[in-house]
Design a protein around this ligand. Structure first.
Ligand SMILES: Cc1cc2nc3c(=O)[nH]c(=O)nc-3n(C[C@H](O)[C@H](O)[C@H](O)COP(=O)(O)OP(=O)(O)OC[C@H]3O[C@@H](n4cnc5c(N)ncnc54)[C@H](O)[C@@H]3O)c2cc1C
Length: 283
């Protein structure tokens, strides 16, 4: 039988103090990833710090500068069903809707998903394409890191830092966006998932951001295709031609589920589909 401590703070200040005082502590958000080691008795001696009662970590709110802030303890299900996110950040809502199954989405949280930093997780792709920032709090104060930096450097900071929220900057006027995914049939995560944001002015592409998850060892911005599309006519032919190009600089992952060639092929196909959807549905 596992033996571990448990504490359920109500404020951010209390949470940071507990983490500082207990180097053996471990945060619990939705508990999806933390429950497994408990079952296998690998958390003996730990202090579990449950974030569920910290109300400052919840909610989806518009900021005065037009950006939208999503609290770290917001469930992935709440992101999928948020009217605000579905209207203004559909790529994020679509990705949330495709995470696992209903039970997973009800428990799993935005902060837990980011901190777990699984290379096949869905949400990193829209966070990169939306140019989101991740807000942290710790004993050195409060600060933000752009998603591109966070996922490139690969996560974990000092023990007493927690993810507080994600800030989504207002997308470019009339930009279309989409997320498409090829599911791992057993794990449900993304063998490959692609998020796009596409803005046009006078028939020309003036903003394009494409981000890929699942296909490499970490999620990445697909700069090659962004460069190939920027300032080109906003047509299906342009998208098709760019998506069929070869991008040798990309470093795809291969494993027993999908070879590097297969993931490379999926990336090209899903990129084209996501761009077509973004083109067809400007905001
Ligand atoms: C059956 C199944 C299918 C799944 N399918 C998918 C899928 O298709 N796509 C997908 O993207 N994901 C999928 N997931 C992962 C799911 O989204 C996870 O639950 C999620 O990654 C972890 O979220 P959580 O809130 O449960 O975190 P927890 O398990 O509570 O925590 C995860 C880690 O993050 C740390 N942590 C939690 N919150 C914070 C915080 N605020 N600040 C700092 N550290 C924190 C914890 O200490 C722990 O190390 C699946 C999971 C399961 C069980």
């Amino acid at each position: 039988m596992s033996s571990f401590g448990y504490i359920s703070p109500q404020t951010l200040e209390e949470t940071i103090a507990v983490l500082g005082d207990h180097p053996e502590s471990r945060l619990v958000a939705g508990g999806n990833d933390v429950l497994l080691p408990i079952n296998h008795s690998r958390l003996i001696g730990s202090l579990l710090v449950d974030l569920r009662r910290v109300s400052a970590l919840r909610g989806i709110e518009r900021q005065t500068d037009g950006s939208v802030r999503v609290g770290a303890m917001t469930s992935i299900g709440a992101i999928a069903s948020s009217a605000l996110l579905r209207a203004e950040f559909p790529a994020l809502a679509q990705a949330a809707e495709l995470v696992g199954d209903a039970q997973v989405r009800n428990r799993a949280t935005l902060g837990g998903s980011i901190a777990a930093n699984d290379p096949e997780a869905d949400l990193p792709a829209p966070l990169l394409a939306l140019d989101a920032s991740i807000e942290f709090l710790g004993s050195r104060g409060r600060w933000r890191v752009r998603a591109s930096e966070f996922f490139r450097e690969s996560a974990a900071g000092p023990h007493d830092e927690i993810i507080v929220s994600v800030v989504l900057p207002r997308p470019p006027e009339h930009a279309g966006m989409a997320y498409v995914k090829f599911k791992h049939p057993a794990r449900l995560y993304a063998l490959c998932g692609v998020a796009t944001v596409l803005g046009t002015v006078n028939g020309q592409i003036d903003t394009v951001r494409v981000a890929v998850t699942g296909a490499a060892n970490r999620p990445f911005r697909f700069k090659g295709i962004e460069d190939a599309l920027l300032n080109r006519p906003a047509t299906a032919q342009t998208v098709n031609a760019a998506s069929s190009s070869v991008f040798p600089e990309l470093d795809f992952r291969g494993d027993i589920f999908a070879s590097t060639e297969y993931r490379s092929h999926l990336t090209a196909v899903l990129t084209r589909r996501a761009l077509e959807q973004a083109l067809a549905h400007p905001a």
